[in-house]
Write a protein that binds this ligand. Structure first.
Ligand SMILES: *Cc1c(COP(=O)(O)O)cnc(C)c1O
Length: 417
């Protein structure tokens, strides 16, 4: 189709600078922060300029309730194509019969999965929050905890690994309508076949909340939940490196229920700019470069885990299979909260998290973002040393901050061209 408009000129960031310098400065300040500190938050990444372009496009103006070819609004012919492309790319990328790409977030995707399969009051077996379950896995502060009867399984306090015997025992005792597997901080591969076996034994649905590992799945660096789970929920903005958002994958028999659970049950208009950006990200994730990226993310995480262990931190499960790891800094004489503060002062941004030992707050970190910047094993090994240096001695923070500035300067997330 002939297009008379371009995305230069009136749609560039300069426009914001001229109209609203106050906000433009905040955008640039955040870019500066992201570019000069190390983003070790396991759930974060840097989207490509192409993804950002789709997000900042006039598709943001379009109302599009419903699905392609069946919208409640006029003028959807072009955005319909974007959504069809996103759906087809997601299906091909993950080998799924059906994909819904409309969920506004990972939490919305989980809400939709519950809405598709459950009724209020149903029993659900999921990882307990103190062990790494997400808010949507039964937190009393979340819809999940209020509307469903959650039973929590955990990890073995010694090994840090999911206790599949406990999962089976709890499933037999409570006969849940659904079992959820997936976590915000589990560093190892999830054994989806083992969860499927228990779900089949008790007649439960299996919901995989693969918000974290789905990007590794796309790159062939982690096992896929798609062959095992009735419904897979995911985010598109973690390792997968797309825009902030969610998606659902399922077999064709549940396709209609899942679609109706997203719209009209839990959401209104689809965000077409985000859906276009998801399509861009799925396209990127289908390339050999992304496969190499996903494997490098894991290689870097292993180096980081090994390096931190060598420095004396207690690494949960002794290492990682994925992009994330959790550590207890206590052997270095600091608790999780103090550690987060010292690391922030040294230019390393990360989260505290619950650890398998009750009442201990540790640190959760990941390598998705630094790997996108092009850092490899040598840089990651150095980061482990800097990390421990900043933790041990508050006065070393300034020197570490300088080295972090130098490192990030050599690997800019958005190189100026
Ligand atoms: C990140 C995450 C979510 C939620 O994603 P949001 O987009 O923040 O709502 C849900 N479940 C798990 C396991 C997650 O890690």
């Amino acid at each position: 189709m002939p297009v008379a408009h371009t995305l230069e000129g009136p749609l560039s960031v300069d426009v914001l600078g001229r109209q609203d310098p106050e906000l433009a400065e905040i955008l640039l300040g955040e870019l500066e922060r992201q570019s000069t500190t190390l983003q070790l938050i396991a759930a974060e990444n840097f989207t490509s300029p192409a993804v950002l372009a789709a997000l900042g496009s006039p598709l943001a103006n379009k109302y599009a309730e419903g699905y392609p070819g069946a919208r409640h609004h006029g003028g959807c012919e072009i955005v319909d194509v974007a959504e069809r492309i996103a759906v087809e790319r997601a299906k091909a990328l993950f080998g799924a019969d059906h994909a819904n790409v409309q969920s506004h977030s990972g939490s919305s995707a989980v809400l939709a999965a519950y809405a598709a399969l459950l009724r209020p009051g149903d029993t659900v077996l999921a990882m307990g929050l103190p062990h790494g379950g997400h808010l949507t896995h039964g937190s009393p502060a979340n819809f999940s905890g209020r509307w469903f009867d959650f039973v929590g399984y955990g990890v073995d306090p010694e090994s840090g690994l999911i206790d599949h015997e406990q999962v089976r025992t709890l499933a037999r005792t409570h006969r849940p309508k659904a079992i959820v597997c997936g976590s915000i901080s589990y560093p190892r591969h999830i054994d989806y076949a083992a969860f499927r076996e228990v779900a089949d034994e008790v007649g439960a649905y299996l919901i995989a909340d693969a918000a974290h590992p789905i990007g590794l799945v796309a790159g062939g660096a982690a096992p896929s939940p798609v062959p095992y789970a009735d419904v897979v929920c995911a985010t598109t903005h973690k390792v997968l490196r797309g825009p902030r958002g969610g998606m659902l994958l399922c077999g064709s028999e549940l396709a209609e229920r899942v679609d109706r659970a997203v719209f009209p049950f839990t959401q209104g208009g689809a965000q077409m700019h985000t859906i276009a950006a998801k399509a861009v990200a799925f396209g990127e994730a289908a390339t050999p470069a992304f496969t190499a990226y996903a494997h490098q993310v894991v290689a870097n995480a292993r180096v980081l885990a090994q390096g931190l262990a060598t420095e004396g931190l207690a690494v949960t499960t002794g290492g990682t299979d994925t992009h994330l790891l959790t550590v207890d800094p206590a052997p270095l004489g600091v608790d999780g909260r103090t550690a987060r503060g010292r690391l922030a002062a040294a230019g390393m941004v990360l989260d505290t998290c619950a650890l398998p030992h009750p009442d201990v707050r540790g640190l959760r970190l990941g390598t998705a973002a630094l790997t996108t910047q092009g850092m490899g094993e040598a840089e990651t090994a150095r980061i482990a040393v800097l990390f421990a240096t900043a933790l041990r001695d508050e006065s070393a923070g300034r020197g570490v901050r300088e080295e972090v500035r130098d490192l990030t300067g050599r690997f800019p997330p958005y190189p100026a061209h």
